[in-house]
Design a protein around this ligand. Sequence first.
Ligand code: PLP
Length: 396
Amino acid sequence: MNFTELQRMDGDYIAHTYARFPVGVAEGEGAVCRDTEGREYIDFTSGIGVNSLGFCHPAWVQAVQRQAATLCHISNLYYTAPDALLAKALCERTGCSRVFFANSGAEANEGIIKAARKYGSDHYGPERCEIITLENSFHGRTIATLAATGQEVFHKNFGPFPAGFVHTPAGDIDALRQKVSERTCGILIEMVQGEGGVIPLDRAFTDAIAEICAKNDILLMVDEVQTGMGRTGTLLACEQYGLRPDLVSLAKGLGGGLPIGAALLFEKCKDVFGPGDHGTTFGGNPIVCAGANAVMECLTGELLAEVRRKSARIFEAVAKMPRVKSVAGLGLMIGVEFDGIAGRDVVNRCLEEGVIFLTAKHKLRMLPPLVITDEQIDRGLAILNRILTNWEDETK
Ligand SMILES: *Cc1c(COP(=O)(O)O)cnc(C)c1O
């Protein structure tokens, strides 16, 4: 099928929920993919922070192929090894005590929301059900996670929403204190607001959140769907803020390309769920968990150190480029703001030149696979630099 046929068929039969770039991606290896016409692109997106090991990482492919030929599915009514191994690895490496597996970021967040409410209800009664989240946050597209999401644009046309979510501006400690009450069971944050424009929280604010949570037995909930799994240079981003969370959600990078979410339950919430309290048909699927186990094995201390090194390389190079107003982010999660140019316009030009980037609000956003090489970084950034240098001429 050529691209024209593909685009027509997609438009005829797939719900029009995505503004797709005009490229049909056919295959990939590492940080390079090829479209249906055979053109190559350097990938600074990893899907959206999903293909943490790049396309078709050999260890991941082998793990997934083996598991597919061994056992694909049996339901959570039986024990299987891949999910138990993955949960053990996650507990050992993050300090959490139990894991609930879901299938996406939104579902992982639903899991930690239910866990927080159950904890509140168990210890203080059913009124303790409120969760404070931040303005400009993003927590998913299900009805409850939309209610948690502090951005009006996502709410339009989908109400009514479940009660029990209170939004407060990031960075404003006084405003947060005023919203905390006997009803508050949890405070939910992203360490770096991703969809909100790649904005890291500041340390004074997260310190205050930790203090408020500890003093009032309020659960500290961190949505690490985008920032987790090594994306920011540590397994979880909250490590870099010295935070000890009670609940963490993971998804995007966890499966290395397969759909999986996880709700990490730390000590306080260890036994919050009993049989029948929560569940999902596909959660902990053996093939998906085999892929995630391969990702976990690859996320060594050396790889995480490499993420931090490559991050510094990108920050340094981008800061020197013309038209760049700011560069923000953590690890390989980077947002670039331009002087008088919309990120989307730069991303479109780069795509034509064989480099793919994302946007976040008005910024260009980079979420390259953690295994991207220096040579690929330099080649991709040289193209970005050239496009920015010639911007006036280009737009004449
Ligand atoms: C992507 C994202 C989600 C939603 O994940 P889905 O897998 O699309 O449901 C939730 N929280 C954050 C921080 C995200 O980046």
